[in-house]
Design a protein around this ligand. Structure first.
Ligand code: C2E
Ligand code: MG
Ligand code: MG
Length: 637
């Protein structure tokens, strides 16, 4: 079966028969054609070669003995042509010579058939050779395929190698990129963390002094107070320090120096407080300290006393010796339930109280201070209303010329003093209460403007009825808050213009302690006002510790000696000596002197004898409403 199917497929093969004998050709051709082969024939070698070159057969039956070119030569030629050398050649010969057979195989023949043919043998040999050829061909093809596959494999391997290399390169490159990105990310994260830390620091610390600010203080207080429950012996004290001299010094020294001084003060406080204390800055001139202490007995009082003493020690800045002399408000945290905010508020209330008592003092918070603060709040509302509804009044207290014969003292002017009586039935609220309140709340500007304008209108009215050589002067109290604004100069000029009062009739009274702290800007404006003809008085002189050198530089015309010296001069020789010194000083500086608070004839006489020209006090008259003050004028004329 296998042979048959092979035979069927091989039968289509092209077979060339080369033989010079036509009978042989015919026999073979017929037989092979019958067998199904595609048979061609050639009667000599030359024709065979030509035919083969144009259409090569699958097998050649080649006769050896031919006249022109024998089979060996034909074979030799065919084998030398690479294109056709593969065609199997079966020699046919009538001779059965071994020599021939050897030669035939040597020349490349694949088989050798001797005549006469036995057809079956011929066919078997032909099939065998065709099959061999086919196998050879298959082998060659497979070989080629194998080679191709191998080649492809090599190519694939090479590509894989290249891809691998490329992959490795990319992985390396990517790794490097990732490493770089990672580094960058790390750096960015570090920078971000630093920026965050910086922001956090900026949000919780003062940029100039580096001290903790209010939010951080509150946080610290909250945490400290929490510990009170578990540590019964722990004492927590919050101190609020007000160093009101800082602003003055800062204004005097200029900003840069002021900043340097603030840093020095912050360092001074930090270095002075006991270890474990927490220092914070609440504003330009306010600090807070949280003291914690394991209490035995009352040692915390000693601690505070020592701290206050040390804090008051002078600080050196260039050639200056500065004492911050802090006013201290204190509160003890008694329970872990207390809120930090309330502690801060209570310490502030205590500080305000301490300031009112005496600057540089210290005060422990008392619950009653709360009540006071609430009352102040209520009073503030009432005062605001009083100003808006014109419920305030101006009272006038005469300033007199002291004559040796004091009974004949004549009025040279009036001091305008604000009065507030909430309603007709209630008592007057003293200026000592509502003026500081107005200053604290900013109402003073409105109040002061109103007093100045009202008093100027009154003065104009009085002076219109007096001979020109007896015109009255008007002393008006001015608070620093009123003066420390840009429009103040123009406002004063406008009021004078509006009320038709010449500047020469006006004296501005500024309290000595305030004038000492007055910023340069305000001093320049006071110079300008003096340039217009307005006079400047130092009120309550002797209480503000002016240095003589500083006094010389101030734009002033009059010293109003504080009434404590007048009241004490009879009982204290020191006061009398100081009074004499003030009078000498005023003479040397060509300043007028007005003695305040003269309550007795003796005081008036003594002052007149000492050469004091002017006086003011209950002895002559208490402050009066405008009507009474006008009547007093008429009675004196
Ligand atoms: P000041 O300017 O030193 O006014 C003198 C104060 O002494 C007045 O108190 C006056 O009533 C009082 N006084 C006068 N003579 C005597 C006396 O013989 N004995 C006694 N014990 N006191 C006498 P007042 O009116 O209570 O004013 C207190 C302070 O309030 C004033 O002191 C002044 O600094 C301030 N003040 C009053 N009115 C105003 C105002 O309109 N503006 C401003 N900024 N401050 C004002
Ligand atoms: Mg005054
Ligand atoms: Mg006074």
């Amino acid at each position: 079966m296998q042979f048959m199917s092979q035979a069927q497929s091989l039968a289509k093969a092209k077979i060339l028969i080369v033989d010079d004998l036509p009978d042989n050709l015919r026999l073979l051709s017929t037989t092979l054609t019958q067998e199904g082969f595609d048979v061609r024939s050639a009667i000599n070698g030359s024709l065979a070669i030509m035919g083969i070159e144009s259409d090569s057969p699958d097998l050649i039956l080649l006769d050896i003995g031919m006249p022109d070119m024998d089979g060996f030569e034909v074979c030799d030629r065919l084998k030398s042509d690479a294109k056709i050398s593969d065609i199997p050649i079966i020699f046919i010969s009538a001779l059965d010579d071994v020599q021939d057979k050897v030669k035939a195989f040597e020349l490349g023949g694949v088989d050798y058939i001797t005549k006469p043919f036995i057809i079956a043998e011929v066919l078997a040999r032909i099939y065998l050779q065709l099959e061999l050829k086919d196998l050879k061909h298959q082998l060659k093809t497979q070989n080629q395929q194998l080679k191709d596959t191998l080649q492809q494999q090599k190519q694939v391997e090479s590509q894989i190698r290249q891809l691998n290399q490329e992959l490795e390169r990319r992985v390396l490159e990517r790794t490097q990129q990732l490493q770089t990105a990672n580094e960058k990310l790390k750096q960015e994260m570090q920078e971000r963390q630093q920026a965050q830390a910086k922001l956090l620091h900026m949000a919780t610390y003062d940029p100039l002094t580096g001290l903790a600010n209010r939010p951080l203080l509150l946080q610290h207080l909250e945490e400290t107070v929490q510990k009170l429950e578990s540590l019964p012996n722990l004492r927590c004290l919050l101190l609020r320090l007000d160093c009101d001299r800082i602003k003055t010094i800062s204004n005097t020294l200029g900003h840069d120096q002021g900043d340097r001084m603030l840093i020095e003060i912050a360092n001074h406080i930090t270095a002075t407080v006991p270890q474990g204390s927490f220092v914070a800055q609440l504003g330009g001139d306010e600090f807070a300290i949280v003291l914690t202490h394991q209490e035995h007995g009352n040692s915390i009082d000693m601690l505070v006393e020592l701290l206050h003493y040390r804090l008051s020690a002078p600080i050196h800045l260039d050639n200056l010796e500065i004492s911050i002399n802090p006013t201290i408000g204190m509160v003890v945290a008694k329970s872990s339930a207390v809120k930090a905010e309330y502690l801060l508020r209570d310490a502030e209330l205590a500080m305000v109280q301490a300031k009112q008592n005496q600057r540089g003092s210290r005060q422990l918070f008392q619950p009653a201070m709360h009540q006071q603060a609430l009352q102040n709040l209520e009073l503030e509302g009432q005062l605001r209303q009083a100003i808006e509804q014109n419920q305030l009044k101006v009272y006038y207290q005469p300033i007199v010329l002291l004559r040796p014969d004091t009974a004949n003292a004549s009025i040279v002017g009036y001091e305008a003093l604000a009065r507030w009586q909430p309603d007709a039935t209630s008592r007057f609220i003293p200026p000592g209460i509502f003026i500081p309140l107005a200053e604290e709340t900013g109402l003073i500007t409105q109040l002061g403007d109103w007093v100045f304008k009202t008093a100027c209108q009154q003065l104009r009215q009085w002076n219109q009825q007096r001979p020109p050589d007896q015109v009255l002067c008007l002393s008006v109290n001015f608070s620093i808050h009123q003066l420390n604004c840009e429009q103040c100069f123009h406002k004063i000029c406008n009021i004078l213009q509006f009320t038709q009062v010449p500047p020469e009739w006006i004296k501005l009274e500024i309290t000595e302690s305030v004038l000492m702290k007055t910023p340069q800007l305000v001093l320049t404006m006071l110079e300008q006002l003096r340039g217009q003809g307005i006079q400047i008085s130092i009120d309550d002189f002797g209480t503000g510790y002016s240095s003589l050198n500083y006094l010389k530089q101030l734009p002033i015309d009059t010293l109003k000696v504080d009434r404590t010296f007048i009241q004490d001069m009879e009982i204290s020789s020191d006061s009398l000596q100081i009074l004499k010194a003030i009078l000498n000083l005023a003479q040397a500086l060509k300043l007028d002197v007005i003695a305040e608070g003269i309550e007795t004839a003796t005081q008036a006489q003594t002052l007149a004898d000492l050469g004091c020209l002017y006086g003011q006090g209950y002895w002559f008259s208490k402050p009066l409403d405008s009507q009474a003050a006008g009547a007093l004028l008429e009675s004196k004329i």
